[in-house]
Design a protein around this ligand. Sequence first.
Ligand code: XIL
Length: 749
Amino acid sequence: MLNKHFPKGAKPLLLALAVSSSFAQADPLREILDENTLLIGSAMMTDHIAEKKFAEVLKTEFNLLTPENEMKWSYIQPQRGVYDFSKADKLVEFAEKNGMEVRGHALVWHIQNPEWLEEGEFTREELLEILEEHIKTVAGHYKGRIKYWDVVNEALDDAGGWRETIWYKGIGEEYIAKAFQWAHEADPDALLYYNDYSTEGTTPKANAAYRLVKQLQEQGVPIHGAGTQLHLISGDILRTANIAANIERHEELGLEYHFTEVDIRIQGEATDRSLAEQASMYEELMKLALHYEAVNVFTTWGLTDKYSWIPWWFNGWDHGLLLDKQYEPKPAYHAVQAQMELKRDGKFEWQPPVRIESDNRYVQAFVSPEAPKALSLNNDASVWADATFYPFAFNQLEGRDQRLPSDQEISGKFAVMYKGNTLYGRVEREDNITVNTAEPDYENDSVEVFLRSGKDEPFVQYRAIVGQDFGPQGYDATAKGVWHDDGKVFEFAITPNFVDTLAGKTWGFNIALSDNDKAGTEHGQRSSQLYPVTGTNSGYLGEDFAEIFFPGQNLEISAVPFENPYTFKAVEVQISGEPGSYKPMEWLNTYHYSFAFNQLDRRDMSPPAQSDLNGSWQVGYQGNVLYGVVHRHDDVTVTNHEHDYENDNVEVFLKVGEQFVQLRSIVGQDFQDSSFPGKRVAKWNDDGTVMSFAIELPLESLAGERIGFNIALADTDDVSTGRSAQLYPVPGTNAGYLGEELTVLDFVR
Ligand code: XIL
């Protein structure tokens, strides 16, 4: 595995194919490492262990078990004061009989509660009594037999605020400290955990979870660690450096950190490729677990894909576990096993990657994965299957109006990869009229690539007119560009001679697609010059550079960005009338940007055809109010889906200091509630083509401020298949809801 930050998975597949798919060749997982180093766990129900094969594989491979459901309230206290331990007991007996530890799950949660509790009306005092009795009864029942307890599960919401659960609403945040206290009184030897999901990195929610356990510890509450669930998506980007940083800060508090519910789900069929991606993510998690002493539990949320919660909860997804539906080990199993063996044999040398400094760096710009081999520029599209295509997203020729032109006129996308010291690129372009014989050169249709090896280093601008190689440049590099398919495809290779490898470097980078339809007429000037970033078309002066990352195993990525490539600008506006009302005249001076990146497709972030969905946005400010307008053209508007986020909507993401919020407005509706301070309003016109908003921010005045920001346009066309696109003005993995991948909004004075 060479590619730590952005696992693409080619390697684990090869690895996996080399190993036969039977268990027999190597030790079962539980035999590889001693119990103090790492317990390897699984979750299950009593029905599952009644199946011979299941019980057999479970006890052979795992030395820890978590009852998947049968210690939850609805099972264990189905009627008030009536406890039913019959199922949970069976699992604990199974564990004891087979030398396994137990992670009890969970003493306090907001779902899978019995009806009497959900529907009853209780005073605060009554709720406290109910909770105390339950915890003491259950933890007391298993005194001395359960090593670890998830005492409180999922008390935080996605933005890191308190989740509005029955316990929080009825008792207040003190329910958490009390729950730990009571569990400790009932079983003083049990180790007690706070467990949650999306808490593994350094997002606002992860930070809130960390602060919670730290605060409990400071208050003298008996807490021994935190659990992070890790219900992940195959093909997602694991932010390994952030996960490492988070484990480290728990380790510094002397707390344990458990991986409690790992599964990595796949959409649709499990292909060689998705299984390989899954394996690389499992491998990465296992490396973290093996590297950090604090991580002494690694539990997968189930044993075999035959029995998994995934298809029930995530329509269309499955295949998340280490064993397939026939109990056969998957590539992920072998990947995990191989790492554990390295550890056993004293050959585990992995170090977590160095963290990308996030101060003043918001979206991580373009990523160049390492190519498996040196590439020939012969238009072999399959070579590019592992790279990410980014759209050309902003027209830098029209001053503040940076929107994309009509896709009937011009559109394009590019991908980059590196091998050694060569940067490879592929551009695909659709153009109605190609001009390549005009004078001067820059008025021809072309691709331009801008590179710079460091902030104060010389830069280069390579230009390849459609049909021609790069023009020569006085830069210490060899560069070659080749066109294919009548100007629809361009491939290039640039090899700077002054470095041995690009691995681990961050360089200045930009790429432009130039379009000129009117050459030779009196309007003979470029109609558009599209870049993947905002700017003023001054790349030729060495300005407006974006960044390109060349990740390599454990290699530091430069902590100093060239500049923030995605800085969106809000100018002062004079808004009159009702907040949220829209008068076009008041917006003439503002910057205007497209929703250009579809973050739902991690291989190709190009937006859908404009006839399907096309959107743009403008923002401005006055005092401490952020004003905005969203323009939207959508062929089918859906607002009746049961999940809010699968309705057509606009979301605004804001981070002011440590305060983060995601504000959602479904087409035709105001912003949904949130605890973010201040007033706000969103208004739609009748046909859903214009939404305008006003949001008071917790700052005195916005002039000169810079805040974390993003904005998204979600599109669903067919309720049964869910969202078809979620467009942002920047690339990313649709993790905005966690406060990740924000960009900067600059309130220009
Ligand atoms: C899930 C179980 O796997 C399902 O069988 C059940 O229907 C719902 O709960 N986070 C948790 C687990 O802490 O308890 C959940 O388990 C999955 C998400």
